[in-house]
Design a protein around this ligand. Structure first.
Ligand code: NAP
Ligand code: MG
Length: 462
């Protein structure tokens, strides 16, 4: 795999100050596929200064010109789609077809949506005797995870650029090659020097330095709740704006009138895709007691069918973590009906598609985010019970409701404490706001709500 030995700062690839490197590993065969610099606090400082220096000119660039750069960026992502998909497959382990259909495609849609929003958003409005200006928040420090490596970068950088902000990105150490490709694309798209900067590096070093940097006005983070909490504290102490997209433990609620086979089939696919490494995955399936045994059989069969088609999880630590959760589930009384805590292959960080039945709401596996291909099936007595279980975690990122009548599903969804709900298998919408209730986060991404995160208002009275 192609890897740059520098950091992309102020429009060029420059050597890092230190000599530390990150070895990038293919999780499917455990081979080192590239090395990138591990930037330190000095590198972050250089990048943040470049972003600060570029801010005034970029913020003053007419929105139509910012839209043109985003359109060009989208076009580069289209032209380099195969290369992007291959890179995600190599460093994340995602099966090639999923890399094409999701990892390389969704960012194209999102970049395109922000090219359009930059051109159409009115950055000025009238409120009574005031003119309200929507101005960029400033320099953005973006910290992203590895599970949707390009999507999570584009979901921050595209709205930031559309708003007129400049950016320093610290991507996940497991997937820096995709981030380097993105930096190349930004460069090719003709985005001015300093507007976007990339510092590859480790979370507690480069990530921490970025969150703390005085030149950063907004920290936008996606990742674990544990790290999100620390970033929120750092940002709070410095009175910086902060956006946190954190974990989830979403419920897939199957009401008695629903098409059970479809709801279970789609539900299993939702959890197994990307090897379960999706923050919004519906990892708890809630089924009425009269249909429970049938649902367990359907889910076990659907998971078994996945078998070899599933990719590995991202690294050895995640594999150990996920297998540990499966063991813990069994130890706490859950019944294994598919998969299990043994690694299915000698090489690579694989986890079998796993289904656990007889899971009760207080079990660890029903409360904590596992981030692997593991589905828990819970039994409910009636709708009130289902609602209590669905809302009974610290998280509130996503969810699904299936019912015979759409209106019945909607009525249930209105009572869920969560940021988005798919009704009877609704499709992903890249323009709908995405983000969490409760400990799943602060702020929203995507569409016009995502753009608003990168803007602040100034009111002029007449
Ligand atoms: P993580 O540590 O929260 O990583 C997310 C990002 O934050 C990475 O770029 C990481 O850098 C960086 N980071 C880590 N420590 C930091 C610090 N002290 N200051 C600033 N930045 C820091 O997540 P993870 O370790 O990759 O995964 C652990 C668990 O988090 C998963 O099992 C899953 O439950 C959850 N997770 C959730 C999402 C989501 O989309 N909500 C995504 C990924 C993971 P490094 O890459 O160097 O660690
Ligand atoms: Mg980490």
């Amino acid at each position: 795999m192609k890897a740059h030995d520098g950091l992309y700062i102020d429009g060029a690839w420059r050597p890092a100050t230190g000599r530390d490197v990150i070895e990038v590993v293919n999780p499917a065969d455990e081979q080192v596929i590239g090395r990138v610099p591990a930037g330190d606090a000095l590198d972050v400082d250089t990048a943040a200064r470049a972003a600060r220096a570029a801010l005034a000119a970029w913020a003053a660039t007419p929105p139509a010109e910012r839209a043109a750069r985003l359109t060009a960026l989208r076009d580069v992502l289209v032209a380099r789609k195969d290369e992007i998909a291959e890179t995600v497959t190599a460093e994340l382990g995602s099966p090639p077809q999923f890399s094409q259909a999701v990892h390389a495609s969704v960012p194209i849609a999102v970049a395109g949506s922000y090219a359009e929003l930059a051109a159409t958003h009115s950055f000025e409005e009238k409120v009574g005797n005031s003119t309200v200006l929507h101005e960029p928040v400033g320099v953005v420090g973006a910290i992203t995870p590895w599970n949707y490596p390009l999507h999570q970068i584009v979901a921050k950088v595209a709205p930031a650029l559309a708003a007129g902000c400049t950016v320093v990105l610290k991507p996940a150490e497991d997937t820096p090659l995709t981030a380097q490709l993105f930096a190349e694309a930004v460069h090719e798209a003709g985005v001015p020097a300093g507007v976007f900067n990339l510092v590859t590096g480790l979370g507690p070093v480069a990530g921490q330095a970025l969150a703390e940097h005085p030149d950063v006005d907004l920290v936008s983070f996606t990742g674990s709740t544990a790290v999100g909490r620390r970033i929120g504290a750092v940002a709070g102490a410095a009175v910086k704006k902060v956006a946190l997209e954190l974990g989830g433990k979403s419920a897939n609620v199957i009401l008695p009138g629903a098409d059970l086979a479809k709801a279970v089939g789609v539900g299993v696919a939702n959890v197994m895709s990307n090897s379960g490494q999706t923050c919004s995955a519906w990892t708890r399936m809630l089924v009425h007691r009269d249909q429970y045994d049938e649902a367990v059989e359907l889910a076990a069969a659907a998971a078994a069918k996945y078998g070899d088609r599933i990719g590995p999880v991202v690294n050895a630590k995640q594999q150990a973590r996920v297998l540990g959760y499966i063991e813990k589930g069994v130890a706490e009384g859950a019944r294994l009906v598919a998969g299990g805590p043994e690694s299915p292959r000698e090489q690579g960080y694989f986890v079998s598609p796993t289904v656990l039945a007889d899971v009760t709401p207080e079990m660890t596996i029903a409360q904590e985010e596992i981030f692997g291909p593991v589905l828990s099936l819970l039994r409910y007595e009636d709708e009130e019970d289902a609602l209590r279980i669905a809302n009974g975690t610290v998280y509130g990122l996503a969810g699904a409701v299936w019912a015979g009548e759409e209106s019945e599903a909607v009525a249930f969804a209105r009572r869920m404490d969560t940021g988005q709900v798919d009704i009877n298998g609704g499709r992903f919408n890249p323009l709908a706001p995405f983000g969490g209730y409760k400990q799943s986060g602060v702020g929203r991404e995507l569409g016009s709500h995502g753009l608003a995160e990168y803007l602040q208002t100034k009111s002029l009275q007449f």
